[in-house]
Design a protein around this ligand. Sequence first.
Ligand code: TRP
Length: 331
Amino acid sequence: MEIILSGIRSTGQLHLGNYFGAIRNFVKLQHTHNCYFFIADYHSLTTHPTPENLQANVTQVLVEYLASGLDPEKATIYIQSDVPEVCELYLLLTMNAYVGELERCTSFKEKIRKQPNNVNSGLLTYPVLMAADILLHKAHKVPVGKDQEQHLEMARTFAGRFNRLYNNDYFPSPKAFNFGDALVKIPGLDGSTKMGKSEGDANAIYLADSEKTIHKKIMRAVTDSGPEKPNQEKAQAIQNLFDIMTVVSDKQTIAFFEEAYSKCTIRYGDMKKQLAADVYKFIEPIGNRIRELNQKPEFIREVADYGAEKARKSARKTISEVREIIGFRTV
Ligand code: TRP
């Protein structure tokens, strides 16, 4: 069975955009593929060397993924730092990752600009650690967004180089996994085309938001003064509300407001009230599970341990084989 692997950033509450982007698709993939999903907490030190709430953040992300439907029995779900075998593979891969190619990496150049006072070598070798994450389980496919394509390309380079250097075909070449149409882009509430936390909290609806918060955020969403002539084209902010409606509301509701818009009878206040109710109806079961799981820290720890054990089994095998290929004594 094809092996799919994805790393998840370790900070930040998950929002509706994350859900209709990666998460929902991960949940589907776990039924059809051998999936590895891990929270990339080692990587987070490249930008946050002394995170205040490292454990709490990692736990929160894990809770929210579980609440969204990731199943520890179906997929291998683990925390990167619980599987320190990745560090050995990382070390071995650095030996044939050239400084020049790492320096040319777009994300590295961006980080130099963003944090000129902390150009640590972890930033430079970020793509090597990411390649180690992928190759540790000999993954075939990696779901990546545009911003990670170059990193994946580098993972292919390192895998190919390893294979050539040691004259074998040990590592499969990891390819991008494309969700295609299943990837639904959720716009922001501030009129921007993307829901994201970097745009400010009012722009995003978090999976853990209460009914009241959702209502407040949606009622405050950007609109315009309303259509002035029949069938007028919608401004971005208005289109955004309709786009969100498309994923949470039923067909009749959408048709009703589409018609009201084209006939210039729409009342945005009514539409927002409906949208807030439908968004909450959609999110409520996930939010409830988040709140439930937050009450069970021991259970979350057990899930993490269980995932780490599964991941380490696969990791140890790879490490031992790689050591043998290079010529080290296997341990
Ligand atoms: N770099 C990825 C991001 O910022 C996270 C990540 C770390 C990752 N290791 C990975 C993604 C391995 C896919 C495979 O989103």
